[in-house]
Design a protein around this ligand. Sequence first.
Ligand SMILES: Nc1nc2c(ncn2[C@@H]2O[C@H](COP(=O)(O)OP(=O)(O)OP(=O)(O)O)[C@@H](O)[C@H]2O)c(=O)[nH]1
Ligand SMILES: [Mg+2]
Length: 257
Amino acid sequence: MTNKKKKLSIVVPTYNESGNVEYLTERIDKALNGIEHDIWFIDDSTDDTPDILERLSKNNSHVHYEHRENEKGLATAVIRGFNVADGEFLACMDADLQHPPEILRPMYAAMRSGADMCIPSRLIKGGSDGGLNLYRKFVSGTARWMGKVMLPCLRKISDPTSGLFMFRRKMLEGADLKPVGWKIMVEVLAMTDYHLIVEIPYSFHDRNSGESKLSGNATMEYIEQLFGLMKRGIRHSDVKVTRWSPEFTDKMVEKYI
Ligand SMILES: Nc1nc2c(ncn2[C@@H]2O[C@H](COP(=O)(O)OP(=O)(O)OP(=O)(O)O)[C@@H](O)[C@H]2O)c(=O)[nH]1
Ligand SMILES: [Mg+2]
């Protein structure tokens, strides 16, 4: 099954990312040349990020943003973005360029090839974690291990706890997503219905500018989220996960874009 070209909306949560949003937008636009797309920044910043977003949205018709004064939180921002964006394909990406925007093009090819969801992976052939230090490797390995023990739907997926993914909007119909904590993709994997997931390799990078917002609270919120999902999550019986090699990914980009 293949799909016609569909509009892609990229949701980017931002908290004090003034040094990143302009460069990110340039790179997304370049990566998606020829593909109908827009970018939705959902912003809770206290620095001048909203001023930059205002200017960007005036000069670039792909850029939209919403600045929230009285709300904060990564997961609520991403879910808000999914609700306001109108693409038939939705993607989520961090603002700090740790997720290289160029990966959006092969992700889009994966969706057009028939995937319900595309999850780039740092942990398959051709991928890299960008030289995370031992402590960060340990934290992210433990988060993956816990997720897979508690939620069977994560077991076939090599990199299920990142914030980089693309999926069909229709998967959200009727889904009971609770925006707790940071791991919004885990919520989507546990609470929506899908049949084919494609994994493609990518290289994670260092943060481009600004500071990490990851706090100690995130760990507790993740554990709370996993327990909640164990009770609420839907069962997935016939899900297929296909892994693309770097060479095959290139071929698929040529074929589908
Ligand atoms: N809207 C919104 N975005 C947030 C909030 N907290 C973090 N973000 C954004 O979520 C994304 C991920 O946050 P990061 O601080 O990069 O977290 P991380 O990638 O796990 O940590 P580092 O590897 O240290 O960068 C970034 O685009 C942040 O700007 C928030 O409260 N509201
Ligand atoms: Mg980051």
